[in-house]
Design a protein. Structure first.
Ligand SMILES: C[S@@+](CC[C@H](N)C(=O)[O-])C[C@H]1O[C@@H](n2cnc3c(N)ncnc32)[C@H](O)[C@@H]1O
Length: 345
């Protein structure tokens, strides 16, 4: 059995008191330290340094260019969190860490740790965003000002995309005669690359803000698909989508727009789809009552983009108004992966 097929072992919940009494500040202090330690390990390349096998603490400190004292202190907490373990006196990644935070695992979410390091100070503006009801400055404006933010966000989205990619291939049917894919908010390009590889008759157009497309051309060229995948930088509400398409992806992009914008964009998608064409939406759908993850995500959106998640009924209304039918909802497993909505013209 390798790290990708091991059963899930829940990690210790270090945020709960071990005795019988409630300790209010543990709710605040322990999540802060937990996040900080895991993010620091990602920034130092600690999990990757252990990807090839266990190391003694001195060797690990040397591999990540850090002090032995600092490394040992961080390691003790990462062991308590279930991220590392001791093996014959040396330190090793647990199976879950190897799987999710190293290049040898199923998906490497290290870019998510690097992104969270950047997002952390943004959350300092949460009280102000609650007071005013919108962000002081949107994420998209911050990305124009600081280009490394756009690149980092795209590589974080790329990690999500490698996790979601197999679900998409499994659930999205493409017919041999269907040749044109439009990927709205396609960012890193991995979804377009995956589908173009799988379906040799397919070519794609990716529309996204210029800040999100920094490395995309290079990734596409590296995949040998420069002839078949084109980029259209700009606001998807304004740029030309290049005629009609057989397949349109609107993947994790609706929550970046207002309800009115989504109604307009989906209406335009309806016009851009050929008869028989398919729209694929990936989203985190708001349920009644909201679950904890969705409620947290909505707070993130309040600070970062000023938008929100929507209910399945909202999508059905927008899709029906756009002339799309045979609407199908697929809830992914685990549920935290979100849902797909497929609709045909
Ligand atoms: C959450 S990411 C999803 C990326 C990709 N679709 C995926 O599923 O991995 C949202 C993407 O939508 C893009 N985006 C948001 N608003 C946009 C707009 N108005 N025009 C073009 N792209 C936009 C962002 O730049 C970002 O790349």
């Amino acid at each position: 059995m390798n790290a990708n097929t091991l059963p899930w072992v829940p990690k210790p919940d270090v945020c709960q008191p071990t005795g019988s009494a409630e300790l209010a500040m543990l709710d605040v202090y322990m999540p802060m330290m937990k996040s900080s330690a895991i993010i620091a390990a990602g920034r130092l390349g600690l999990f990757e340094a252990l990807a090839g096998g266990p190391l003694a603490v001195q060797q690990l400190a040397e591999a990540i260019g850090s002090s032995v004292r600092g490394t040992a202190t961080l390691v003790d907490f990462l062991i308590a969190l279930g991220y590392l373990e001791r093996q014959d006196g040396r330190l090793a990644n647990t199976a879950s860490t190897q799987r999710w935070f190293t290049s040898r695992g199923q998906v490497d979410y290290t870019p998510g740790l690097l992104w969270t390091h950047e997002a952390w100070p943004m959350m300092g503006g949460l009280a102000e965003a609650v007071r005013s009801g919108h962000p002081e400055r949107t994420l998209w404006d911050a990305m124009v000002e600081h280009s490394h933010l756009g690149e980092l966000f795209s590589s974080y989205m790329a990690a999500f995309a490698s996790d979601l990619g197999p679900d998409l291939l499994r659930h999205v049917p493409v017919l041999p005669e269907q040749g044109r894919l439009l990927d709205l908010g396609g960012s890193h390009g991995l979804h377009a690359i995956r589908f173009c590889r799988q379906y040799p008759g397919l070519s794609a157009l990716i529309v996204d803000l210029a800040s999100a497309l920094g490395d995309t051309g290079e990734t596409i060229a590296g995949a040998g698909l420069a002839e078949r995948i084109r980029l259209a930088p700009g606001d998807l509400q304004e740029v030309d989508w290049g005629g009609t398409h057989d397949l349109v992806f609107y993947l994790s992009v609706a929550h970046n727009h207002t309800a009115e914008e989504n109604r307009r964009i989906i209406g335009r998608i309806g016009q851009a789809l050929r008869p028989g064409g398919l729209l694929v939406i990936h989203e985190y759908l708001a349920e009644k009552p909201l679950d904890a993850l969705d409620a947290a995500f909505r707070l993130t959106l309040l600070v970062e983009t000023g938008t929100q998640t929507y209910r399945y009924d909202d999508y059905c209304n927008w899709l029906t108004a756009a002339g799309l039918e045979t609407i199908e909802r697929i809830d992914l497993d685990p549920r935290e992966k979100g849902s797909l909505i497929l609709a045909r013209r």
